[in-house]
Design a protein around this ligand. Structure first.
Ligand SMILES: Nc1ncnc2c1ncn2[C@@H]1O[C@H](COP(=O)(O)OP(=O)(O)OP(=O)(O)O)[C@@H](O)[C@H]1O
Ligand SMILES: [Mg+2]
Length: 210
């Protein structure tokens, strides 16, 4: 099973979601590989900071040009491969979508973000679907500001794309930033935090969608 966390728009929470999901799958004793397909290598940085006493998560960097070839080889070795899709370059995002059995598309809910996510669906997801058939996955709203009315217009716009949307939501929380800077998941950094709960809910919903 290959899950790509991908959106062409930068800074939507791809690495945060990918690292948290990798730990969630690893703690269920799944043999997980996190593939960092982003030249910025943020997932690799996260793993370098990861304390040794925590469950091991293998992370490798793979340039997008090798993704499809290398993944078919790695698929035999791991129960689950998560791809941190990076991908401001269209070819990079396409490669991450093309190798996936399921895509998680983190997006902010503002109007400009909804527009960029829309282009990602038009230019990347539709193109891949035209070649290999229906792309399975769901959009994930991230970095929602609590205390404000969740951006209804942006949210509605994204729902109109006709692609599934996770019920689970990821709020803007400092816990995510603290955790990633220490090579941890939110649950490892602060087990009782709201961020830990959000990831748990996402993990459950994702697992039942696969
Ligand atoms: N839910 C959240 N709450 C607060 N901060 C967040 C959250 N998700 C991500 N961040 C912060 O926002 C920034 C961008 O997040 P992240 O690196 O996960 O996004 P990305 O989509 O991987 O970015 P890039 O396109 O640069 O790879 C980081 O500083 C991260 O710590
Ligand atoms: Mg990233």
């Amino acid at each position: 099973m290959i899950i790509s966390v991908v959106n062409q728009k930068g800074g939507t929470g791809k690495t945060t979601v990918a690292t948290n999901l990798a730990v969630a799958f690893a703690s269920k004793k799944r043999d997980v590989l996190l593939v960092d397909a982003d030249p910025q290598q943020s997932s690799l940085d996260w793993q370098r900071d990861r304390p040794e006493d925590l469950p091991h998560v293998s992370v490798i960097g793979l340039p997008y040009s090798n993704l499809s070839k290398e993944i078919s080889r790695l698929k035999a070795k791991y129960d689950l491969i998560l791809v941190d899709g990076g991908g401001r370059i269209t070819a990079n995002a396409r490669a991450a979508v093309a190798v996936a059995d399921f895509i998680v598309v983190p997006t902010l809910a503002s109007k400009p973000d909804a527009m960029s996510t829309h282009s990602f669906f038009n230019e990347v997801v539709e193109e891949v679907a035209a070649m290999k058939g229906k792309v399975k996955g769901a959009v994930l709203f991230t970095m929602i500001k609590s205390g404000t009315l969740f951006n209804i217009a942006g949210q509605e716009q994204i729902k109109e794309f006709g692609f599934p949307v996770f019920d689970s939501l990821i709020y803007n929380r400092i816990t995510y930033q603290e955790a990633i800077s220490q090579g941890k998941s939110a649950a490892e950094f602060a087990p009782k935090s709201k961020a830990a709960q959000e990831i748990k809910s996402l993990f459950k919903e994702l697992s039942s969608s696969l």
